[in-house]
Design a protein around this ligand. Structure first.
Ligand SMILES: Cc1cc2nc3c(=O)[nH]c(=O)nc-3n(C[C@H](O)[C@H](O)[C@H](O)COP(=O)(O)OP(=O)(O)OC[C@H]3O[C@@H](n4cnc5c(N)ncnc54)[C@H](O)[C@@H]3O)c2cc1C
Length: 439
């Protein structure tokens, strides 16, 4: 909400700013094309790069194309989300990581979106083009952006064809409509005073750039104009779900996509859709980013408590692997779920590998707030957690939607490393802390 207000403020401010400068004659809005299209089927003889980078170093300037070695579904049938466990090989690269680090994934757009945009703009997407070295357009792209490059590769890897357009972009698009009605409609939609956010979203959200243009057939754009308007692609972070000591040559990702359906016919989500389509043998552009999210030093032999819902378990999986290697067996995991048989990810691994030796596992249903319903003291809950299975009915807390009763289901797996007293003590401290945070 705060972001939306911030963005609208910025758009209103920038609109006035640019209008004022143009009135003063301070800015030139039309520029010579800085793009040179190659003849069809003609290939460039040399490729240059706008900014210097070391091709052997893989970081935010230049990703490593990691071979996917495994990609398997995380959720059981019927759960209305799609999730994948993906393993990628780091062999032969300079890419290393520590348990708890983040993997930056450089997403690619769906081929259908890339091809639709080429068709809409009347371009042969297999054609090469180059951008003049002094063009400001190059600043949209990372140093590894090759120049010349094909239109297909640019649209696919360096543009975000699904990010909802900002009002400022729509305002810039309006003059390109050759039909008066379309131009006026675009101007109206771009103006927050004339179009509510809900109406704006209904017009532009959940559409790729070609579909947005197709709604305004009289809009004509050159390749340069399209590249100036489309936001450049940015990498997305994923918690690494493997321990570096156990898997030094590979990196695991645990990804969740909020909606399911055919990739080109469901709620748009660029990187999750891209990851969801990956299969063994594909190459995925990545780099590693350091994180502060780390385990306490192993020598301290501290017990740890982890709380996770869904893919929030990703970093915990890496931590658990590392804790077992370090022979730190006092680990407690509070794991949230909606439907235990469908969305308890890595269930077999957790139950068979960790619970018997190193993990005290506690489930809670729905959201964290469900374990703190009004009318239930923390002690009562701590005591409740001591039983191995508790499925009693509880009144629905006032902040939960709906009415009547909801099922309180909590289950705990016994652990050889936690005595009931130790568990109850740690749990009380932990729940008191959480209670303070949530209330
Ligand atoms: C430090 C960190 C760690 C993370 N770890 C994980 C992890 O382990 N696992 C995991 O699954 N995720 C993780 N994430 C989240 C992940 O980085 C992505 O944000 C997430 O996968 C969504 O990215 P996306 O490109 O698929 O969606 P985007 O395309 O960026 O979209 C973001 C949201 O906007 C909506 N949206 C996008 N385009 C449109 C449109 N045209 N119209 C309407 N709505 C639209 C999408 O539906 C989505 O809800 C982590 C994030 C951070 C910052």
């Amino acid at each position: 909400m705060t972001t939306e207000i911030g963005e609208r403020d910025w758009e209103e401010w920038s609109e006035t700013f640019w209008q004022a400068l143009q009135t003063q004659g301070e800015v030139e809005t039309k520029s010579e094309s800085s793009i040179k299209l190659y003849a069809p089927n003609k290939q460039p003889t040399t490729i240059t790069y706008y900014r210097k980078f070391d091709p052997k170093v893989h970081d935010h300037t230049n990703p490593f194309h990691a071979p996917v070695t495994e990609a398997k579904s995380l959720y059981q049938g019927g759960f209305p989300r799609s999730g994948k466990h993906i393993e990628m090989s780091l062999k032969g690269s300079d890419v290393t990581y520590e348990t708890g680090d983040y993997l930056a994934v450089w997403p690619k757009n769906l081929d259908t979106h890339v091809e639709a945009l080429g068709t809409r703009l009347g371009l042969d997407i297999n054609q090469y083009f180059s951008i003049a070295k002094d063009s400001i357009l190059l600043e949209n792209f990372p140093p590894c952006f090759p120049n010349p490059i094909t239109i297909r590769e640019t649209f696919s890897q360096y543009c975000d064809l699904t990010l909802p357009p900002k009002r400022f972009t729509i305002q810039c698009l309006a003059p390109f409509a050759t039909q008066k009605e379309e131009r006026e409609k675009l101007e109206r939609l771009a103006d927050a005073k004339q179009t509510t956010q809900a109406d704006y979203e209904a017009q532009f959200y959940n559409k790729d750039f070609a579909t947005i243009l197709n709604d305004f057939p009289s809009v004509k754009l050159t390749l340069q104009e399209a590249l100036e308007l489309i936001p450049s692609a940015r990498f997305r972070y994923y918690s690494i779900s493997s321990a570096s000591q156990q898997f030094p040559d590979s990196v695991h990702v645990t990804m969740c996509r909020k909606s399911v359906g055919p990739p080109d016919n469901c709620k748009i989500s660029l990187c999750a859709t891209y990851l969801d389509q990956l299969k063994a043998g594909d190459l995925c552009p990545i780099h590693v980013t350091k994180s502060e999210f780390k385990l306490p030093p192993k020598e301290l032999k501290l017990p740890i408590i982890m709380v996770a819902v869904g893919t929030g378990y990703a970093p915990m999986r890496g931590f658990l692997q590392q804790r077992v290697l370090e022979e730190n067996h006092e680990n407690m995991l509070f794991c949230g779920y909606y439907h235990k048989n469908q969305d308890f990810i890595y269930r077999e691994e957790v139950e068979q590998l960790y619970v018997p030796t190193s993990l005290l596992l506690c489930f809670f249903q729905q959201s964290l707030k469900c374990i703190f319903p009004f009318g239930y003291g923390i002690d009562a809950w701590a005591t409740g957690f001591q039983s191995s299975q508790d499925t009693s009915e509880s009144p629905r807390p006032p902040d939960q939607p709906g009415s009547g009763k909801y099922k309180r289901e909590v289950s705990i797996s016994p652990s050889p490393h936690w005595s009931p007293n130790q568990f109850q003590g740690s749990f009380r401290v932990f729940t008191s802390y959480l209670y303070c945070l949530l209330s």
